[in-house]
Structure formats: C-alpha cells, structure tokens
Design a protein around this ligand. Sequence first.
Ligand SMILES: Cc1cc2nc3c(=O)[nH]c(=O)nc-3n(C[C@H](O)[C@H](O)[C@H](O)COP(=O)(O)OP(=O)(O)OC[C@H]3O[C@@H](n4cnc5c(N)ncnc54)[C@H](O)[C@@H]3O)c2cc1C
Length: 324
Amino acid sequence: MSAPDYPGTGLTMYLILGLVHKYCMATVVGGAKSVTNAMIACLKHHGGELRTGVTVEQFFGGGGRIDGVITDGGEEIRVRKAMVANLHPWDMGRMVPGIVKGIAARAAAVKLSEYGAINQQIALSERIQWIGGEAYDEAILVECMEPDWENFMRPFEAYRRNEFPYDVLQPLGGPQSNFDPSRAPDGMAALYLYCFAPYQTEDGWAVDKQRAGDALFDWFCKFTKNIDRLKTLKRLIECPEDHNRHSRIMRRGDIMGISMTADQLMGARPTPELSQYQIPGIDGLFLTGCTTYPGGLATLGGHASAMKIYQKLGINLKTGFTNY
Ligand SMILES: Cc1cc2nc3c(=O)[nH]c(=O)nc-3n(C[C@H](O)[C@H](O)[C@H](O)COP(=O)(O)OP(=O)(O)OC[C@H]3O[C@@H](n4cnc5c(N)ncnc54)[C@H](O)[C@@H]3O)c2cc1C
C-alpha cells in the first residue's frame, strides 16, 4: 500500500519471493469468508460465544489492570482470565484507562498507508481469455501495469493528490474460479478486480465510485480477448468509504489498519513500546490484529498474540501449537 518510490518498499520484493517460494500462492475454497467461518466453528466447538453488531466503546479497570469492556448498548462485560483486542492505536488514549500519556500520544501518531483501495467482485458469463495467451490461465493474480516508469508512477502521484487517475489505471485481476471451481458454474468465471485508490476524506469519498469502478473494469478488459461489460452478470464495487464502514480498524479505508512501511513493521509495529502485544503498565489486555506484527495482511497473525497470551498465563505452548 505504498508507491515504489517510498523508502524501504524494496523489502517487499525479497519478502514476496521468499514467501511464494516456501508457501506458494493459494486461494481459499469458497472465498475468504471460509477462514472466518472455520474460526467461528472452532470457537463454538470450544464453548465460546460470538456476538456481532456490538461495538466496544470503552475499557474499564484501574490500578494498571483492565477488568472489562462497556459496549455501545451500555452493557458491561467483565474479563475472566484475559482480554484480547483488535484495537486501533489511535483509539488507545480514549479507550484504555490508565494508559501512560506518552504511550497514547505516540500511538496516536502512528501513520496510515499511503493509499486506500477500490475492489470489485464480478460474475462473468465467460472464462477470461488473456491477450497474453493461455500461460496467463496459471496466474492467480495478473497486474495490468504500465511498462514505462513515467506512466507507471502517474497513478501513484494522482492518489497522493487525492485524485483518481482515469487516464492511466493499473488494475489487478484475479480470476479466482480458475483455482476454486466452487465459485462459478462451468464455463463462467468469478473475477476479483483490485486497484489502489485515494483515501476517504472527512466529507466522504471524493471520487464517483461507479465511474471509477467502470473505468477500472473497462481498462482491465483491454488485457483480455473476450471480456466487456456485456459479459458481466453481477458486479459489486467497494471503495475506501465502504472499507471504513465495514471495519473500525480500517480508518479512512486503510485496508492494512496502519501503514506497512519499514518504520512500522516487526519490533516497531505499531510502535516499539506496543510491539509485545501488550500496553506497558496495563495488565489483563493483549493486543492483536493487523496493527500488530506481522501486520495488515491475511496472515493469521493472531498466532503471535496467542503465543504471548499462553506465555503470560503460564500455559504450555505445546498444548496449543503443534510446532513447539
Ligand atoms: C479490498 C481489500 C483487499 C485486500 N487484499 C488483501 C490481499 O490480497 N492479501 C492480504 O493478505 N490482505 C489483504 N487485505 C487486508 C486484510 O484483509 C486485512 O489486513 C485483514 O482483514 C485484517 O484483519 P484483522 O482481523 O486485523 O481486521 P479486520 O478484518 O478489519 O477485523 C477487525 C474486526 O474488529 C471489529 N472491531 C474493531 N474495533 C471494534 C470495537 N471497538 N468494537 C467491536 N468491534 C470492533 C471491526 O469492525 C472488524 O470487524 C485486503 C483488504 C481489503 C479490504
């Protein structure tokens, strides 16, 4: 979620090569919601209760310990052993009683990514035939990039000005049904289309969502032999305003929660003093989610928070982690 000229982004190339070499690319059968559903089933299997549509407005406690939460409905829920929260650093000063002022101030200064995103889920009446030939059928994601540096950088510069670059677009397309046939009937296709986009501003998203979505789709079609608007059966477009509405973590539409730049990764995510999945001086509360390491990606990063919780509660890691 940064332009290639942003300092430290070269790290990504080494990271992606290593990851792909070791783990390969994969898609989730049935869509990413299958991961969430699997975790819900696991939680329920172990006697847990899941409640959605409830916002935690405030933590309560005292003497350096969090005792529970207060919901938007005014309900108090008390902690038994520990609380784990996907808490945006910007909210810590307001939500966590007793937090050291300097820690809250440094958390509030954490940076967002450079851009937001616009994505589309598209049902197509035909499978894609790429102008590049059948070899592209093996690609899980195809980035339709400009070959020369000046054009390549133009959209990134437009996003920085909070504009949508209709004259040069660089969508990324993923015909997911090529790898997961459950997503489309035979002969048809399910396409994921993605692109960077300017952020939501305080007055909403300054870009016309439908116009931007149409422009991206039309641009993408130029890289295929057979796809145009007549081949779309259904299309869902989501923009930074939608991402911000879907998740309190995705401020202004930052799909990574906070920026994934080198200065906010590893032992510096979200800040050096918060990187150990706890707030110094506050017991009973553990941090997790995309604003903690390994960060804003579908990395199943809760693993790291869980290890920390096991260690702090004196639970043997071998009882929960098969690798130890
Ligand atoms: C369009 C798009 C494309 C993406 N592409 C990729 C990709 O290709 N690869 C990749 O790895 N990642 C991708 N991501 C990023 C990835 O999806 C996120 O980084 C990841 O979902 C973050 O997980 P999370 O559990 O930390 O946060 P979320 O998935 O945002 O879940 C946090 C949940 O906690 C809730 N919450 C927060 N605060 C409160 C509160 N106070 N009270 C109650 N509930 C609260 C939120 O509402 C939300 O439901 C993409 C994201 C988007 C939107």
